[in-house]
Design a protein around this ligand. Structure first.
Ligand code: SF4
Length: 402
């Protein structure tokens, strides 16, 4: 999504996109450093750019710019020695400075939507759900029934240019011992409320109905402005338009902190999907992860939310095989999965410079086994979800704005 923002700025400034890196004068690499494997990918991409420059001795060297969190997380990177400039995630003004565009008028740093030609070139995990979704619509049109929840589920795993993405802020209040995002981004920096509302209104005027709120933790919006995310959601839902609101990443700690106000807001059927990253089903392990909430209370709250908004898709994410995780703790995680409609599973990966890096990792066979079992359980949860949606097909529950 940040790539789409950078591209919007470059398009507005008259830059042209080329299909091959060999043909470019400027290479901008958007990187991630949250996993060792992603860091390695970033290193390889940078190396490839440097290699291209080495090949074309006589021509002017390509300018290489690195975006994203890799340079901020991998403190041992050698960008300075290579003479490569970088800027932090989402900092469009920094990109403009590097390109000497500061005085020029460019697009406001907003993600309006993703570029369909960029999306077409994405790997299978991005493009496949779009194809499944198209199939689902065909089947539903044939049988004359719809399942709004299934639509929501597919929409939330697809990256499509139909969504209107709105960055509401970045950073978080947490200090999770495994997390690289905190190292790179830091404390919450919320986007002003009026900017967010104007952005959403603009999207709606342009015919977008699916609004996706983007942040490292939407739940901590406003903590730096003397406000809170309940107020943000309330103001967004005061916009008197049909819309489908998707919230990606709402930390459970913030959910409990603002529970009283949020429950009332969650009744609104325009809120169609939320991701509450639980990370583990074990309270003891949660503490070692540096996360502070009562798991039982979160799960209870989910049941309350379901009663208020039965069409809301509630997703989560887990890290399995965190250092010191016992089999009992692992099974507690599997047990807690049943509260959710969608489950993402990551096997713990050590990340240098994080506190958890110092903990003794589990043997590799344990990582692998728990990863396989947890992903199989997640698949069961998804199948159960689809089966329930089909039951709703028969009942013919249809969301008005669909
Ligand atoms: S709350 Fe989320 S982004 Fe913040 S440190 Fe924890 S995992 Fe990372």
């Amino acid at each position: 999504m940040e790539s789409a923002t950078y591209r919007a700025v470059l398009d507005e400034s008259g830059f042209q996109k080329v299909d091959q890196p060999e043909a470019a004068d400027i290479l901008i690499m958007n990187t991630c450093g949250c996993l060792e494997t992603l860091q390695e990918k970033a290193r390889q991409a940078i190396q490839k750019g440097v290699g291209l420059n080495a090949k074309q001795e006589s021509k002017q060297a390509k300018k290489i710019i690195v975006a994203g969190c890799y340079p901020l997380i991998d403190k041992g990177n050698n960008l300075a020695e290579l003479g490569i400039e970088f800027f932090p995630p989402g900092e469009v003004e920094e990109l403009k400075k590097i390109l000497g565009l500061s005085e020029q008028k460019t697009a406001s740093p907003e993600i309006h939507s993703l570029y369909s030609d960029d999306l077409n070139n994405q790997p299978g995990f991005v493009t496949k759900p779009v194809k499944f979704y198209q199939q689902l619509k065909k089947i539903e049109n044939k049988i004359g029934l719809r399942s709004p929840k299934l639509h929501t589920f597919f929409k939330s795993i697809m990256m499509t240019s139909e969504f209107h993405y709105v960055v509401v802020g970045k950073g978080c209040m947490g200090n999770c011992t495994f997390c690289g995002i905190k190292l790179a981004i830091g404390n919450p920096a919320s986007r002003p409320l009026n900017e967010i509302i104007n952005n959403i209104r603009k999207g709606i005027v342009n015919g977008k109905k699916d609004i996706w709120l983007v942040s490292d933790d939407v739940g901590c919006w406003g903590q730096d402005l003397g406000s809170n995310s309940a107020e943000l959601l309330k103001q967004i839902l005061l916009i008197p338009s049909p819309m489908n609101l998707v919230i990606n990443y709402f930390e459970p700690e913030m959910l409990l902190e603002q529970k009283a106000r949020l429950l009332n807001i969650f009744r609104d059927p325009r809120l169609i999907q939320i991701c509450l990253p639980l990370q583990t089903g074990s309270q003891a392990l949660l503490k070692k992860m540096g996360r502070h909430y009562d798991i039982a209370e979160v799960l209870e709250t989910i049941l309350e939310i379901r009663k208020l908004n039965p069409l809301l898709v509630i997703k989560t994410q887990y890290i399995v095989s965190f250092p010191t995780e016992t089999w009992r703790e692992f099974f507690l995680t599997l047990w807690s999965m049943r509260f959710f409609d969608g489950v993402g599973v990551n096997v713990y990966a050590r990340l240098k410079y994080t506190p958890a890096y110092r903990l003794k990792p589990n043997p590799q066979w344990v990582d692998r086994t728990r990863g396989v079992i947890a992903k199989a359980f997640a698949t069961l949860i998804h199948l159960r979800f689809v089966a329930r949606c089909m039951f709703q097909w028969q009942k013919g529950i249809v969301r008005e704005s669909e």
